[in-house]
Design a protein. Structure first.
Length: 133
């Protein structure tokens, strides 16, 4: 019984740290936003017609410069741009995404495609989700 209590005292604070890290982000959006992984973003519940924004990160892990040739989206409801198009090794940039929920209802998923000159990873796919009320 003592072992169980000790385990609970050790694990309980850790679970709070992990869940807090999942809920915090630097996007400045509503508290319902969640980071699902670095390439997926969930805006949570939003109102129909609301415009929401998020910045994804692209990092150049190559030993040479990386060129972003363009950014495309899966629909006209989404606008996306790269802050910088040429990245030195280990340099990062933001891919800004703006989603207009006008005309949507219920669950939706949209995609952003970052086209690069990396032959091993020519397209980086980002996904965002929302539940439009």
């Amino acid at each position: 019984m003592k072992t169980l209590i000790i385990i609970l005292f050790v694990l309980f604070p850790l679970t709070g740290c992990f869940s807090q890290n999942l809920m915090n982000s630097s996007s400045g959006q509503q508290g319902s936003d969640k980071v699902l992984d670095s390439n997926v973003w969930d805006f949570g519940s939003i109102k129909k017609g609301q415009i929401v924004r998020h910045d994804f990160q692209v990092k150049n892990n190559l030993s040479r410069k990386l060129t972003i040739n363009g950014v495309t989206t899966s629909c006209g409801c989404t606008a996306s741009t790269a802050k910088k198009n040429i990245l030195d090794p280990q340099e990062s940039t933001q891919i800004s995404v703006e989603f207009n929920s006008k005309g949507y209802k219920g669950e939706t998923s949209q995609f952003v495609y970052v086209n690069t000159d990396d032959p091993d990873n020519p397209v980086i796919k980002f996904t965002f989700k929302a539940f439009v009320e």
